[in-house]
Design a protein around this ligand. Structure first.
Ligand SMILES: NC(=O)c1ccc[n+]([C@@H]2O[C@H](COP(=O)([O-])OP(=O)(O)OC[C@H]3O[C@@H](n4cnc5c(N)ncnc54)[C@H](O)[C@@H]3O)[C@@H](O)[C@H]2O)c1
Ligand SMILES: [Zn+2]
Length: 375
């Protein structure tokens, strides 16, 4: 009964609007939904759907998705993993699309986690200067975060996501059923982004995560639909308010300043993204407590929920190195360290006066916590 519930959230940008649908057992109907969205239908003339995905996702869920289309689709497989999120993969895919006769009316289907989503979005932005695509995210991180907002791109040797474009999808279809095959560590890491959404904007989401922790971790479909829908609503609200990151959108980076530094210091090898930002959020809420921006009780609730979606993995990094890496964060304008801090539960602000001393102290305390409590 619950599994038939479908949540729909509209993302509004200055130029266009699109919908994010969240439900379970949704794969089976995605093809006909896309067909209905595309004027004239996919089977008419040369309009065709090209599914971009990776072999393991296709093995688990490919049949369901492909069979949902009323007409034949073409599948392009890319290797999974962050190493493949490169210009060279996109170039290969561009050549394949051209060879297969894709044209301006073709629709790409990004079927996978954030890596596939970012790359396919960028592919759609580039091919013939921009064709349509839909997102079918299959990791919790992609469902709550990367499939919404229109940021697409690839990594360069110099850093992550340094090349890309803003290109919004026609629609997003998040089927929480696909999370059943996701490795548990990936689910837990994705939940940290949901925790983040609760802290910065939605106290009810925060309370939901506290209350439904066990159901969420056991992949209860109704609980997951609630969590994903509320998280997407937060992201959509923030993105609606600020399309190009000039201000409000920055609060989505709670935990990410130090989180990105941790990822860079550990060469993206030891921690999942969500695990790194979990440590970063713990550090941010510690600063907020010192500045009396959160009460001790709020601090403790935040710390507890982050840890409850652990175990938080141990890593090695020098606090001074972490602080110097925060200066390289591409969100920093000028020399100042901008930092996102919670202000209670359900609110966050961009603070521009975080000093190097304050950061160093926090990084030292965080590394002490990593040594003491990291798993
Ligand atoms: N565009 C944005 O706004 C935005 C925001 C956040 C993150 N990102 C990007 O997202 C990427 C990370 O995304 P991710 O965490 O989804 O990682 P990912 O895409 O690498 O997926 C993680 C792993 O899970 C596997 N997988 C995916 N779905 C599965 C399923 N249903 N069952 C079993 N296995 C499955 C993948 O093959 C992969 O091995 C990064 O490149 C990051 O830069 C983008
Ligand atoms: Zn993130």
């Amino acid at each position: 009964v619950v599994s038939s519930s479908l949540e729909t959230i509209t993302v509004r940008t200055p130029s266009l609007s699109y919908q994010v649908h969240i439900g379970s057992d949704l794969l089976e109907s995605i093809g006909s939904r896309v067909d209905a969205l595309v004027q004239g239908g996919l089977s008419s003339g040369k309009q065709r759907a090209f599914v971009v995905s990776s072999p393991e996702i296709l093995a688990f869920w490919g049949q369901k998705l492909v069979h949902s289309f009323p007409s034949a689709t073409v599948t392009l497989a890319v290797p999974s993993g962050e190493q493949g999120k490169r210009m060279s993969t996109v170039e290969k895919l561009l050549e394949e699309l051209a060879e297969l006769g894709a044209d301006r009316d073709s629709v790409l289907v990004a079927f996978g986690g954030g890596v596939v989503g970012d790359m396919t979005g960028f592919l759609a932005a580039c091919y013939m200067r921009g064709i349509r695509y839909v997102q079918v995210p299959t990791t919790l991180l992609a469902q709550v975060d990367s499939s919404v907002g229109g940021k697409t791109g690839v990594n360069l040797a110099a850093g992550k996501n340094l090349a890309g474009a803003f290109h919004h999808p026609l629609a997003v279809y998040a089927d929480v059923s696909t999370l059943k095959t996701l490795p548990p560590a990936e689910l837990r890491a994705g939940l940290q982004e949901a925790v983040k959404a609760g802290i910065i904007r939605d106290p009810e989401l925060f309370a939901l995560l506290e209350r439904e922790r066990d159901r969420v971790l056991s992949c209860d479909q109704a609980a997951l639909i609630d969590v994903v829908a509320r998280s997407v609503r937060v992201k959509a609200d923030v993105v609606n308010a600020d399309e190009r990151e000039s201000g409000v959108r920055m609060i989505l980076n709670l935990g990410h300043t130090l989180g990105h530094a941790i990822e860079a210091a550990t060469e993206y090898k030891q921690l999942l993204h969500g695990e790194a930002i979990a440590w970063g959020m713990l550090a941010a809420v510690a600063i907020a407590k010192r500045r009396n921006m959160v009460t001790v009780a709020e601090h403790d609730r935040i710390e507890q929920i982050i840890k409850s979606f652990g175990p938080l993995k141990r890593f090695h990094a020098d606090p001074a190195q972490l602080v110097s890496l925060t200066a390289k964060d591409k969100k920093n304008r000028s020399g100042n360290r901008s930092f996102i801090l919670p202000r209670g539960i359900g609110d966050a602000v961009v603070v521009k006066d975080v000093t190097v001393d304050e950061l160093t102290f926090t990084a030292q305390r965080m590394m002490a916590m990593v040594a003491r409590e990291g798993a």
